[in-house]
Design a binder for this molecule. Structure first.
Ligand code: ATP
Length: 508
């Protein structure tokens, strides 16, 4: 019996487990919390680091064509002018004048309610997994209340951004259920501002970066000048990004402070960008599978041409089946030479590169795979969260919660248990092994409680392997019991076999 990936309570279950076991806490919780900000606890920080390290190893260290970078969060404000963020990085927002609540207009949906073609009112709904159903129910309720005879026509939801001015007054606010209080959509700037230096005038205004990508473009020339790269090549960066999201929600899916893992992959303007784009989409999908996401939970959303930014040649988002629905996890965009040309123009510095093979000089084009660390972590948690039933120490079948993390990214790789805590020989032998493994991996030592309970505690935090030291270990052959988290199967292995097995499973 396994919990379905989109069960109604999955998000609540994950949030509860994350707090209880020390993965993720609401930021500033002792002061009532701070919307859109999250802190990572002892296990969360390990999981997060493991995801980042796996990405860095696979995309930077194991590739000869990608170099790493770590640029500052606050950069010269002209960078954000050149990139278009100062003038254009915003989301459409709509206010409810009565409740004072604020919505993202592209996440607020509305539809006219028509009975036999006659409009009897409007329904509205905030984006959610069952928005169509919610809207249909509201429409049926409206028809019933107005005692209208006839057939309710199909409800066709549209984004509030597509509403006509004469409809603003007629669409009900999702907060009050009554029409007349929603404003027209207005642009809301997403960049956080700050002041740099002792003078707090306009000239001191700077921004917390809303993406790490511009730090890459701003350093592109420096990296080209080191002579380490030749076309095609990439620059990768992991780092914090900040967006004053209008409606942060769905736990760490959309927050105001988050982390990104981004690559700018520079190619020749005459390269076959469509093939390279496809290769990147496949590489990124394979990587997600390598850290434990089910391939069938990943799909592709190809942005239609008429929705692309004018400089963009193509964008495909890798979507994942999150507990709150199928949503963007990884954006993979072909951004032409737009960013570099913008910086060339605004800085007055040449962004050309000499292509040794083609013997020509040009401003390269770029493919940008951009992934959120926190969204990846949420995807990993959703895919790993499982409920099943296993027998306890006394053979009675009990419900069990476990996180089926891939050993590669599991926060704790193995737990070491002396069978009994009051037998010094067992404790000594277990501690010796623990200290030995600890030098290579994040492992855990636990001597308290019945062995079954100790296993269960580790299952719940996703520790893939349990190692028990018993009397056979110290009195007979030195072998230990190795238990598999998912199957609960146990087998005896020697210490050498154990280490070889852990190396194979965890890597590194
Ligand atoms: P969305 O449409 O969901 O707001 P976006 O298209 O604005 O996302 P990008 O600008 O392409 O996102 O950012 C690249 C990646 O950064 C996203 O695919 C996502 O993984 C991550 N990301 C973006 N915004 C947030 C956020 N507010 N919280 C957490 N992760 C985010």
């Amino acid at each position: 019996m396994t919990a379905p990936a989109t069960s109604d309570t999955l998000m609540e279950d994950i949030v509860g487990l994350c707090k209880r076991r020390g993965f993720i806490f609401q930021s500033s919780e002792i002061y009532g919390g701070y919307n859109g900000f999250y802190d990572y606890g002892p296990l969360g920080v390990e999981l997060r680091n493991n995801i980042k390290q796996a990405w860095w190893r696979d995309f930077v260290q194991c590739r000869d064509d990608i170099e790493g970078l770590d640029s500052t969060i606050i950069m010269h404000p002209k960078i954000w002018k050149a990139s278009g963020h100062v003038d254009g990085f915003s989301d459409p927002m709509v206010d409810c004048k009565e409740s004072k609540l604020r919505y993202r207009a592209d996440q607020l949906f509305f539809a006219p309610v028509t009975v036999d073609g006659e409009t009897i009112g409007y329904v509205s709904v905030v984006e959610c997994i069952d928005q169509q159903e919610v809207a249909e129910k509201a429409a049926a309720e409206m028809k019933r209340k107005m005692a209208k005879q006839g057939v309710l026509d199909t409800i066709k939801l549209k984004e509030y951004t597509e509403a006509k001015p004469e409809q603003y007054e007629l669409i009900p606010s999702p907060a009050t259920g009554k029409p007349g209080s929603l404003t027209e959509p207005r642009e809301f700037k997403l960049m956080f501002e700050t002041k740099v230096g002792p003078l707090a005038d306009d000239a001191a205004t700077a921004y917390l970066r809303p993406e790490t990508a511009q730090g890459i473009f701003a350093n592109y020339k420096n990296i080209v000048d080191t002579g380490r790269v030749k076309i095609p090549f990439g620059i990768a960066q992991i780092g914090k990004a900040f967006r004053n999201e209008i409606t942060p929600r769905n736990f760490i899916f959309r927050s105001r402070e988050f982390e990104q893992m981004e690559i700018e992959y520079f190619i020749s303007p005459s390269a076959d960008w469509k093939t390279l784009h496809r290769e990147w989409i496949d590489t990124c999908t394979d990587w997600l599978v390598s850290i434990g996401l089910p391939r069938e939970g990943i799909s592709e959303d190809i942005h239609p041409e008429d929705k692309l930014a004018f400089y963009s040649q193509a964008t495909t988002d890798l979507m994942f089946q999150f507990p709150h629905g199928e949503q963007e996890l990884w954006g993979i965009a072909c951004r032409s030479d737009y960013d570099l040309k913008q910086h060339q123009e605004h800085s007055g510095k040449s962004m050309t590169i000499f292509d040794e093979t083609a013997k020509e000089k040009y401003v390269p084009h770029v493919i940008e795979p951009s992934l959120g660390v926190d969204r990846t972590l949420l995807a990993v948690l959703s895919a790993a969260y499982t409920e099943d039933e296993v027998p306890n120490d006394k053979g009675k079948v009990e419900k069990r919660v476990l996180l089926k993390f891939s050993p590669k990214i599991a926060p704790v790789k193995a737990a070491i248990f002396p069978l009994l805590k009051n037998k010094p020989e067992l404790v000594e032998s277990a501690k010796k092994l623990y200290k030995k493994l600890q030098r290579r991996w994040n492992v855990f030592y636990d001597a308290s409680g019945a062995i079954g309970r100790r296993y269960r505690r580790q299952d719940e935090i996703g520790t893939p392997f349990g190692i028990t030291i018993d009397f056979d270990t110290i009195e007979k052959d030195g072998t230990v019991t190795l238990r598999d988290r998912d199957t609960c199967e146990q087998r005896r292995v020697t210490e050498d076999e154990l280490i070889k097995f852990l190396e194979e499973q965890i890597g590194g």
